[in-house]
Write a protein that binds this ligand. Structure first.
Ligand code: B12
Ligand code: SF4
Ligand code: SF4
Length: 383
């Protein structure tokens, strides 16, 4: 869908004002041409625009006079909470819902049935908070060194520290509380991972990064090893511009993926979760297809290969903020993971203690032991 352009405005000595008749009519005609929507009834056509862009009929004066100052203070406070980047976008209808549908229809969601069940909800953030006027998207760096010693489990970087859901949610709540103190009428909803929204699309619109071929959101200055958090709010804040960037002719992640999970279908790069080590070791329940076990190698939980090979995750003199380590104390914690041999036969009580407060818990008791057994088998067959 085409992006909605700004509405025509006129100026007066008291600030920017909107002529509610001629200019709106002219603007509607312009938008209809852009969107290609039909129908002769003006109200019906305006409703279609409103559905495409809930900000469409917000008075220009509200957006311009108080918006920039409010946006500056929200961003400043979010950064003071420790977030590495913050951007704002409009809660418009999901632009890539068709691509999302293709991904589901090709079976690329594997057994993640919740991804299909929430298809309709993912069509717009309005389904989660009907009063939403702005989407504040936040990024938090999780990169840290990950030298796994032989015989020990190999955990993806994002899961080495404290469970990111807990860390991001509590920080987003602080931001929501601060907004509600400032604007008592503000309604807010914090989303981290599990809410039915396409976080990467919102983050792209809010200027935080662009889609790499490995499907990760990449910030040209920072790389891709950051979490996303989303705060939906009823406060109207002026949106940022979408991020611009591209992989160019690079194909390192596609070549390096041990199981060939990055595929090109329907004109865009998609991740076929059925083959992805991250999915297999975290989300998949039950036995793993023997044909895929070798590719899992020594990954016990998650996989970082397609990010580790990405040039955007490596430092360059001209990009000093790339691949800097996280400063979030909760992500720098270490756990004493037992050796793979012990992990294979871990008693439930031990698993419960070991994974408490860790994202690794997501694999489940059987899943973690299954993964360790595959790692051991791969280590033995390597010799
Ligand atoms: C399901 C899920 C998974 C699944 C499927 C991953 C996938 N690529 O779809 C599995 C379990 C495999 C997984 C793995 C990982 N995940 Co995950 N995952 C999610 C979750 C819950 C939903 C993602 C989703 O909707 N997938 C469906 C696909 C179709 O959506 P999409 O990838 O966003 O694709 C869009 C684009 O391709 C776009 N599009 C298509 N063509 C074009 C063209 C252009 C020009 C543009 C602009 C857009 C565009 O349209 C699609 C639909 O919007 C999100 C949280 C959330 N609620 O969004 C986290 C999330 C994506 N995961 C995250 C992370 C950290 C990981 C791992 C790195 C963990 C690990 N180390 O093991 C890996 C990375 C694997 C990878 N290469 O993506 C982060 C990603 C942060 C980032 N910088 O990108 C998220 C955002 C969680 C978070 N809150 O931080 N994940
Ligand atoms: S996370 Fe691993 S298995 Fe999944 S696409 Fe990336 S490299 Fe391939
Ligand atoms: S490795 Fe290359 S192709 Fe893959 S995401 Fe990074 S830049 Fe893009």
């Amino acid at each position: 869908m085409a992006r909605l352009a700004e509405r025509p405005e006129s100026s007066s000595p008291r600030g920017t004002i909107l002529n509610p008749n001629a200019l709106v009519a002219q603007w509607i005609e312009h938008q209809l041409a852009e969107l290609g929507v039909g129908g002769s009834n003006p109200l019906e056509r305006a409703t279609q625009i409103q559905a495409a862009d809930p900000m469409a009929f917000m008075p220009v004066r509200i957006r311009q006079d108080s918006g920039e100052e409010a946006k500056r203070s929200v961003k400043e406070f979010a950064l003071s909470l420790g977030f590495d980047a913050v951007g704002i976008c409009n809660p418009r209808a999901t632009l890539h819902i068709a691509e999302y549908g293709h991904w589901l229809d090709h079976g690329h969601a594997a057994t993640m049935a919740y991804m299909a069940r929430s298809r309709a909800l993912r069509a717009s953030p309005l389904t989660l908070l009907p009063s939403v006027r702005s989407v504040v998207v936040l990024a938090l760096n999780y990169h840290r060194a990950n030298d796994t010693k032989p015989g020990l489990p190999r955990i993806a970087e994002y899961a080495l520290g404290r469970d990111y859901h807990k860390v991001l949610r509590s920080t987003l709540r602080k931001l929501a509380r601060w907004m509600q103190e400032r604007w008592p009428e503000a309604e807010c909803r914090a989303c981290v991972d599990s809410a039915p929204i396409l976080e990467r699309e919102l983050a792209h619109l809010a200027g935080l990064g662009w889609f790499g071929k490995n499907t990760c959101l990449i910030d040209s200055r920072r790389g891709s090893k950051f979490f996303l958090g989303v705060l939906l709010t009823s406060i109207a804040l002026p949106p940022d511009r979408p991020a611009i960037g591209s992989c160019g002719t690079c194909s390192k992640c596609i070549d390096a993926c041990p199981t060939g999970a990055i595929v090109h279908a329907d004109g865009f790069w998609q991740l076929d979760a059925r083959r992805c080590i991250s999915y297999l070791t975290i989300e998949h329940r039950g036995a793993i297809d023997p044909a895929l076990r070798e590719g899992i190698g020594d990954w016990t939980f998650g996989c970082d290969v397609c990010q580790d090979v990405c040039p955007f995750n490596h430092p360059r003199p001209s990009q000093p903020s790339r691949a800097t380590e996280t400063t979030e104390p909760d992500f720098s914690q270490d756990r004493n993971w037992p050796a793979l041999k012990e992990l294979c036969n871990l008693p439930y009580q031990k698993w419960d203690e070991l994974t408490c407060g860790s994202a690794v818990r997501r694999a489940g008791f059987d899943g973690l032991r299954r993964n360790a057994a595959i790692n051991l088998q791969n280590a033995t067959s390597d010799k």
